[in-house]
Design a protein around this ligand. Sequence first.
Ligand code: AMP
Length: 281
Amino acid sequence: MLLITDIDSLRQFRNSCPPEARIGLVPTMGALHAGHLALAARAVQENEVSIVTIFVNPTQFGPSEDFSRYPRTLEADLAKLAPLGIDAVFAPEVASIYPEPPAEFAFQIRSLDRKLCGASRPGHMNGVVQVVSILFHLTRPTHAYFGLKDYQQCLIIRRLVRELHFPLEVVPCPIVREADGLAMSSRNVYLSPEERRQAAALSRTLREVRERLGTFSGTAEAKAFARQALAAFPLVQPDYVEILHGETLEDLDSLAPEGQPVAFIAAWLGKTRLIDNLPLY
Ligand code: AMP
């Protein structure tokens, strides 16, 4: 497994790949857990060449967010990736990706950015689209693996690839969870033991909504039920509880399958913000 930290070496590596090869890319911010590793293992399995990127991208963090304290564990990450058969890890410094502050160009994302994390974290999706575009240009993958834990991000990247004609396929991958249902996240390490215990409320509530789907008159009642279920966990402070169309993220009144409803929760536990989602069919 090659560790690459500068763009020239990355270009060299990429140019050495056979022209017709399937190239799998897994973009991450490191602090790798089993969710990331599932994406990486799949990239190895489905491609001739697999590349994992590890880059804590400053432009997707708001000024009061956790960029500086985000966990950075490169040595441990490399030790987890090596046995999987990954060909190259690209782990650049911020100055390599942004030699000057990227002040001039920004993406304007329209409808898909209006709700959920797009609304709660202004500028976040712009930063994601910015860095993912840079990584696509540099690594030129044929297949790019993204986790459905970041459902809205997956939708936006899929649309980006379509509209900007990136010659690659986005491969959405299922959410990997802890035994109690908590979606794995690099941010789970921030949680105190009691916060960690109560964090399972997010996935449990989503499952309860799905199980009781037939008992709700529509999305309003289902969302009210979810808020009430979360209220039993005093350390869980909901940011949003939504049920939206799974392709367009439009509001839905009805829970009918035609709307492809997906339930979304974001919540604060102390200073840690967690997200989760579940398709209701
Ligand atoms: P991150 O390092 O948090 O930016 O995540 C990198 C990639 O891993 C993204 O495509 C995430 O959606 C994906 N990912 C993170 N956590 C999980 C999880 N629990 N299950 C599946 N994919 C995940």
